[in-house]
Design a protein around this ligand. Sequence first.
Ligand code: NAP
Length: 313
Amino acid sequence: MGQIYDFAVIGAGAAGLSAAQYGARANLSTIVIEELAPGGQALFIDKLENYPGILEPINGFELAERMRKQAEQFGSSFIEASALSVRKAEDRFIIETSVGPLESLTVLIATGARHKQLGIPGEQEYIGKGVSYCATCDGPFFKGKRILVVGGGDSACDEAIYLSNLSDKILMIHRRDRFRAQKALASRVLSNPSIKVLFNTVAKEIKGNSKVHSVVLENTLSHELTEEPFDGIFIFIGSTPQTGFLKDIAIQFDESGYIITDCNMQTSITGLFAAGDVRATPFRQIVTAAADGAIAARSAASYIDEQRGQAYR
Ligand code: NAP
């Protein structure tokens, strides 16, 4: 099977890229497996303004590129492939990938999470024809148009603010009577003259012909239905962890499917670590993902030292 790596990182978002840098700097032979472009959820962020020490807002793609280069400079290698399964074989792990198997003494799962769908009629049908899950990717198609934003968390608020630079005809709906988002973000949305907010409101159906033309909304208190015209609907209602490929390994998940770790990012299987959005954690930010990755790399190095009888006690 060729080289046995010390540290294999699955996923090149903030957690994986930070882990790769720390792993390589700790002298671990480190490989990063990523099926898409490096960056993970950061790729969807137009202007990141809360990363400590970065005063000028930075584009998520640019930050990810810098992180990747930094990890490479320290000696990490990268392959473009999908991880299909992970299993433990005696003292090492075998990762089946779309380009063949890889062996590594330790593995970090840093595959993040993917956006959720509403599951309402018309949603699937109009993806790419007015239904979107990424404002920075698709927002420019809706310049000056009528836009509906669904969700009440940080993502929905962030993206609504981004879209307000493109259109002043934005309606944002949330199923509860206040936002879940951090207060600073929520109040920026509420004071934005281009964004009208309706609480206690859900989307019931997306209608169109070749593209979206309207959305049926329901007031959850009165159950009144209204049909409003929209050109685009942007949905930001949270995410689901990317763990489908972990079917061959008895790893522990929480009730929502996120991987349980200890404070060293160690999962229920020794030598197998998890970091970032895929991990059960109360706060998902780029900075927390990067911190998770750094801790995981250190833990992997300690685990390898221990296995070799070289632990520093
Ligand atoms: P989130 O915090 O889970 O919020 C999802 C929102 O969508 C909630 O308000 C939820 O309503 C609503 N929702 C869920 N399912 C729904 C449904 N079927 N129909 C209608 N509404 C539904 O997800 P997120 O906003 O994507 O954020 C994910 C993580 O990334 C969070 O930890 C967040 O802090 C972080 N993040 C941070 C930033 C930043 O700091 N700038 C930016 C983006 C994301 P309920 O409130 O009723 O559950």
